[in-house]
Design a protein around this ligand. Structure first.
Ligand code: MG
Length: 386
């Protein structure tokens, strides 16, 4: 139970829309605490440690991984949630689960897998995160997946095409009707963006792909950097950068709390359903901070994600994913038995699309290093076959 009284527009664990497979309520925890705990104990969560955010795992021990990224997102999310008297446990559950469906090798891996799947319904990491918690985790005897509450699943499914939404029942309805998720889900979204923009600056500097001079093109960096250097002229750059990142996160989080509070006061939602029908996202950055944040995002797109060293790694990673997919599609007998069993469970009538989906699930679940090892195992006769 939260230490403070939840706002009337918060998600209420005792009024959750519930789980697909009904279960008795937990004795000592709320429903959303249970969801958070189930995410932490699942295998896909542990694998996040060895999945790329921007830098591939073996490039260095100092860079963010999907796991540390998810923990940073949860930290930022909880701060905003508490300040707005929203349910912290739900925010944390969504934040920790939001990247569970990511492929190995970050966006390069997702891009490659989406292309491989273009004739079979495509591949989208948000949808895959939901698939992990709904279907793919095999952890409990009574049901597939983690059987999370509606609100956690609503938060995990950030985007969804109308074509796919139709098949998702109640969860897909908002994408057809133009509704919004609860404020806890909106917080997870914005916390994700704040986390990655800031840690990518940090990691980009650490890797030597970005320089402070170059970053000072962005107003948000320029302003904070000048004040940090003015205050601590004698400190080495690394410590100044740490302080820069800290101040930028603080600036953005403070702005989200103030702006969202004003939005909530203006709209006066009386319940989570009012939030869902509000017609605009109430959790937001203000105009000034929003523009600065967007400028930074665009800077990173141009200068970090397009950097030739990041692009080289992405190129190699895409090739591994494509090769694995093509090899397994053509020779499903090379797949581990558990994966073959999933293919056969679909029956003959499912054909190529079903086989492709099972293979995409298998590849998406891989860590960076597992994907590289698997590539060796099916290609190089000198490697062990298992
Ligand atoms: Mg993320």
């Amino acid at each position: 139970m939260a230490q403070y009284e939840l706002a009337p527009y918060a998600a209420r664990a005792d009024r959750s829309r519930g789980r697909v497979y009904p279960e008795p309520a937990p004795e000592f925890r709320t429903q959303y605490q249970r969801d958070r705990d189930r995410v932490i104990h699942c295998a896909a969560f542990r694998r996040l440690e060895y999945k790329t955010q921007v830098f591939v795992n073996h490039e260095g021990d100092m860079f963010r991984t999907r796991l540390t990224h998810s923990i940073e997102v949860a930290q930022i999310g909880r701060t905003i949630a508490r300040a707005l008297r929203l349910d912290e446990d739900l925010v944390e559950a969504v934040c920790l689960a939001h990247d569970l469906g990511h492929t190995p090798f970050g966006h390069a891996g997702q891009h490659a897998l989406n292309e491989c799947m273009k004739d079979f319904g495509g591949f989208e990491h948000n949808l895959q995160s939901l698939r992990v918690v709904d279907v793919l985790e095999e952890k409990y005897p009574g049901f597939p997946g983690l059987n999370l509450t509606f609100e956690t699943r609503e938060g995990i499914l950030k985007h969804c095409s109308k074509a796919v939404a139709g098949a998702l029942g109640e969860l897909g309805r908002r994408f057809l009707a133009g509704g919004l998720p609860g404020l806890e889900a909106q917080i997870a979204n914005i916390a994700d963006e704040i986390a990655y923009n800031n840690h990518d600056v940090d990691d980009g500097l650490r890797a030597g792909l970005l320089s402070i001079e170059q970053l000072c093109e962005c107003r948000i960096i320029n302003e904070q950097w000048e004040s940090v250097v003015r205050e601590w002229p004698q400190l080495p750059q690394r410590r100044l950068v740490n302080e820069l990142i800290r101040r930028m996160i603080d600036y953005l989080v403070t702005d989200v709390v103030r702006t969202s509070r004003a939005n909530i006061e203006e709209t006066r939602p009386g319940s989570i359903d009012d939030v869902r029908a509000a017609g605009r996202e109430l959790i937001a950055l203000g105009k000034e901070a929003g523009a600065r944040h967007l400028e930074l995002k665009r800077f990173l797109n141009r200068n970090l994600y397009q950097h030739y060293r990041v692009q080289r790694m992405a190129f190699k990673a895409e090739r591994v994913v494509r090769k694995l997919f093509a090899t397994f599609m053509e020779h499903p007998r090379l797949l581990p038995e558990t994966v073959q069993t999933r293919i056969h469970a679909g029956g003959k009538e499912h054909g190529d699309a079903h086989r492709a989906r099972v293979i995409a699930d298998y590849i998406a679940g891989m860590t960076d290093r597992y994907a590289m090892a698997e590539d060796d195992r099916v290609r190089d006769p000198r490697e062990s076959a298992f």
